[in-house]
Design a protein around this ligand. Structure first.
Ligand SMILES: *Cc1c(COP(=O)(O)O)cnc(C)c1O
Length: 389
């Protein structure tokens, strides 16, 4: 079966998110060489816009070839040498993935695990570091599997008091809520192109502060991954312009356009838009008895993880949303499989019209399943909330 040329979904899952037509247009421009001076200018512009988006002056800021997981692996593999102790904080799928990556890189991994949906308290991190020192502490800012937002600032202080490096996953948060790499003193940070930056999947922005760069420069062993070795890649992104691997040219066009859109909107405006649409959706959902699974007060604005109402078929509702309304939402992962829906409001998909469209579509699907509530209640509550904001 071939894909209809015009198939257009509303992407309200955990990523990828809807891509702006300007970004799709950029993607289709003629491919040029990876050492063409015009392309090298594009890389410089991407670095400077990524610095703005990450809120950092870090010189080592670039877009790695690959998706968000390549960003994760880049950070870990460059900072870790075999046997180095690393503490990984786990409260969902992506913390688990980071621990897996770290073990494969040869780290001596200690995990700190709490219930899914909960966030870490700085005291828990202090206790873990007192028990066993670590070179790197890895933590997820926006845990896409649970919809929980982890406060970073206080944890950063504790990590640095213990002389360790802080590595933060901002795949889902970057471009959708505050990420302040310099202000929060994050040493290494990675993201992905297809969540709140609304670019197709394929690039992983990363940034490294001075202390992290020093660790990379003073390595005693070669970086285990040839492809992700920043000691070589920095010579392509830097002034040497040494060939390492062929940059995905058109993906970089797309990334540049996506970052320009972020800049035009303004970071603060973009965060406010994500927050407002989340609040409107939440007002609608809670009116029909659908509740968030993240720790109260820590719900992510761009990823709404909610309990599936009892009596509703998980797969049936998601299939109906897709087939009847062209709306994609995500199911639960791991411990939340079959129990949770994940409704994304990421990047250009975070709009009032998507919220209203989703609520009306969801009401129809739930009514078809025999779930009882006042028809139209979620839409009325959302509309009321929207007019108050
Ligand atoms: C999506 C995601 C990743 C992985 O990114 P891919 O692009 O799927 O490789 C990592 N961490 C978090 C928090 C994510 O949401």
């Amino acid at each position: 079966m071939s894909m209809p040329k015009t198939l257009k979904r509303v992407l309200m899952g955990p990523g990828p998110s809807d891509v702006d037509p300007r970004v799709l247009e950029a993607l289709s421009r003629p491919t040029i060489g990876h050492l063409d001076p015009e392309f090298l200018n594009i890389l410089n512009e991407i670095r400077s816009l990524l610095q703005c988006t990450f809120q950092t002056k870090n010189e080592m800021t670039l877009a790695m070839s690959g998706t968000g997981s390549a960003g994760m692996e880049t950070c870990v593999v460059n900072l870790i040498e075999p046997g180095d102790p690393m503490l990984v904080c786990i409260n969902g799928v992506f913390g688990m993935r980071m621990a897996d990556v770290a073990r494969r890189c040869g780290a001596d991994v200690t995990t700190l695990e709490i219930e899914w949906g909960k966030v870490f308290d700085p005291g828990q991190i202090r206790q873990a570091l007192q028990k066993k020192a670590a070179k790197v502490i890895g933590i997820v800012h926006a845990e896409t599997s649970t919809g929980a937002c982890q406060p970073i600032e206080d944890i950063s202080k504790i990590v640095h008091e213990h002389g360790a490096l802080l590595l933060v996953d901002t795949v889902t948060s970057l471009g959708g809520m505050k990420v302040d790499v310099d202000g929060w003193q994050i040493d290494a940070c990675y993201s992905g192109s297809q969540k709140c930056l609304s670019c197709p999947p394929g690039l992983a922005p990363v940034t490294f502060g001075d202390a992290a760069v020093k660790v990379i420069e003073n390595r005693k062993t070669k970086v285990q991954s040839w492809y992700l070795d920043l000691t070589m890649i920095r010579q392509y992104w830097g002034s040497e312009r040494l060939y390492h691997h062929t940059a995905p040219i058109n993906m970089n066009y797309a990334m540049l356009e996506a970052l320009k859109i972020v800049k035009e909107e303004g970071l603060e405006n973009r965060w406010a838009r994500h927050l407002q649409n989340h609040q409107i959706l939440k007002a609608g959902l809670s009116t029909i008895g659908i509740h968030y699974v993240a720790q109260p007060g820590h719900e992510l604005p761009m990823l709404n993880a909610v309990s599936i109402p009892s009596g509703a078929g998980d797969a049936a509702v998601r299939r109906q949303l897709l087939n009847e309304f062209n709306i994609e939402i995500g199911g639960g992962l791991g411990a939340f499989k079959g129990k949770v829906w994940r409704v994304g409001l990421m990047g250009s998909a975070s709009t009032l019209s998507n919220v209203m469209l989703f609520l009306s579509a969801l009401e129809k699907c739930l009514l078809d399943q025999g779930i009882k509530f006042d028809r139209g209640a979620s839409i009325a509550a959302a509309a009321e909330k929207a007019s108050q904001l």
